[in-house]
Design a protein around this ligand. Structure first.
Ligand code: FE2
Length: 386
């Protein structure tokens, strides 16, 4: 699975606490603020995320709010905020982004108390500035934003909103009428967001998050861990100090056939966000609703469930609905977790979603990767890309 499996860094537990350096705190993060996509048709994409994934339209900006060159729809479900933005003219850079990448994630925005300090701390450490600190104002107060570049054309915007009371950011109008399209499914927050980078680039970006953003390695695994007979990948997970922001980073590895990461890089035309994991506290109810609303999930063979309880031990959930829905389970020394992956949500085989429920485990489903990898390869094969 692409994505996915990330195994605890091997450490001698007796030594780890004494030797671990104090985590750098030059970039305090409150969590993910929003994820912005550049898309070809934001109005229709918003309909999909509302009707299929259960988001509610919360705010809008576009010609009706005085913005001439683009339109943006802000969608919310509990703590998860997605922004879908499209260009209104072909010469706009957003249109060029969509031409090259297809619909995809442009901005993984991070919530901070001081956007200028975050921008300064990261650019002082080598980050490339995309947007210098700027104050945005409207009748609901003011917000500060600043952005830096990460892999590919992806950026991180630092958002400071302590003096802002509006629905999203200045310039956006709140949408207060009932959203008759939205059918919430119980998604709560973003658990992690995975980036795919090019051949041999993983360590460069791991080092970027460590040096520029003060992240540390959370878990890691390599192609001995994540490979099947055919395709392979390597992955390391970077986390900020309070673990509210976790970014696994994948690179392709050599296998007998084309790595699923390479397929992504070919179709996205470069590095970018591969999957977004969204957490629920009732995965059976959430996945059932998503399925009934048209979200398509990867399936592993039914045999996966025959010896599941022998592999992971007792779990609170009944086995039958897990089998029916295709939910996967994995256990580590802290507890267990349940997860499932959608098929790509674009025509290009690029971005997809993970639905995750944690019951103690803080890892990423290492025990599932082989079954998932093989499910992904079946789909790659159907696309002619294996
Ligand atoms: Fe994941």
């Amino acid at each position: 699975m692409s994505l996915i499996a990330h195994q605890p860094l091997k450490q001698d537990p007796a030594q780890a606490p004494a030797q671990a350096p104090a985590p750098p705190d030059f970039l305090p993060l409150n969590g993910t603020d929003y994820v912005e996509f550049y898309v070809g048709n934001a109005r229709q994409a918003a309909h999909f995320y509302r009707s299929a994934f259960g988001f509610k339209l919360a705010a809008y900006s576009g010609p009706e709010t005085g913005v001439r060159e683009r339109a943006s729809y802000v969608l919310q479900q509990d703590k998860i905020r997605l922004v879908l933005t499209t260009a209104l003219a072909p010469e706009h850079p957003i249109a060029e982004h969509v031409r090259i990448h297809g619909d995809g994630v442009r901005d993984v925005a991070l919530w901070v108390d001081d956007a200028e300090a975050a921008w300064k701390a990261t650019t002082d450490r080598g980050a490339r500035s995309v947007r210098a600190p700027e104050t945005l104002k409207d009748e609901n107060g003011e917000a500060r934003v600043a952005s830096i570049a990460t892999y590919g054309e992806t950026i991180h915007t630092f958002v400071e909103r302590r003096n802002y009371r509006g629905a999203f950011l200045p310039g956006f109008a709140a949408v207060t009428k009932d959203d008759v399209v939205s059918r919430p499914v119980g998604l709560k927050y973003i658990d992690h967001m995975v980036g795919n980078v090019g051949w041999g680039e993983m360590n460069r970006w791991v080092e970027f998050y460590a040096r520029v953003m003060g992240f540390s390695m959370f878990k890691h695994f390599d192609d001995n861990d994540i490979s099947t007979d055919y395709s392979a990948l390597m992955s390391k997970v970077m986390s900020n100090g309070n673990e509210r922001v976790k970014f696994p980073i994948n690179e392709p590895a050599k296998g007998k056939r084309k790595s699923q990461i390479e397929e992504y890089l070919d179709f996205y035309r470069g590095p970018g966000i591969q999957h977004i994991a969204m957490a629920t506290d009732d995965i059976i109810a959430t996945v059932r609703k998503l399925r009934d609303q048209g979200v398509e999930f990867l399936r592993v063979p039914n045999a996966y469930y025959d010896d599941l309880l022998a592999r992971v031990g007792p779990i609170e959930e009944p086995l039958d609905p897990l089998r029916e829905l295709g939910v996967l389970v994995d256990r580590d020394d802290e507890g267990y977790m349940l997860q499932i992956f959608t098929r790509p949500v674009e025509d290009r085989p690029t971005l997809f979603y993970e639905i995750i429920q944690r019951r103690g485990s803080r890892s990423f489903g290492k025990g599932n990767f082989k079954a998932l990898f093989e499910a992904i390869e079946r789909e790659q094969d159907l696309r002619g890309n294996l």
